[in-house]
Write a protein that binds this ligand. Structure first.
Ligand SMILES: [Zn+2]
Length: 99
């Protein structure tokens, strides 16, 4: 078994063992959404970095729909890794996660 497969299996196990959040987003009855704190030390450093990056990107996609320069609307580009202002054409990127 390769290291990536082992990490995926450990992450699935950690997700299955974590208690569900009571204020979860709308989800199907068989889905459980967990916060970063629910996972705590159950995942290794590499999994944690990927998860924190994904949560940070999701937050940026949710919370930054307008251009910080002119306030214009934006469109997603590069599969969601950047936004382009529809008014001033500036390209915006999420802030890098810090260690
Ligand atoms: Zn703009």
């Amino acid at each position: 078994m390769g290291p990536a497969r082992t990490r995926r299996r450990r992450l699935r196990s950690a997700l299955a063992a974590a208690p569900p959040e009571t204020d979860a987003l709308d989800s199907a009855p068989d889905e459980v959404w967990l916060g970063l704190r629910d996972l705590g030390g159950r995942i290794d450093e590499q999994e944690s970095e990927v998860l924190v990056g994904a949560v940070a990107l999701a937050g940026w996609l949710r919370d930054a729909p307008f251009c910080p320069t002119c306030g214009g609307g934006t469109e997603l580009r590069q599969a969601g890794w950047s936004r382009r202002c529809l008014v001033c054409a500036r390209e915006h990127f999420p802030a890098p996660t810090r260690r």
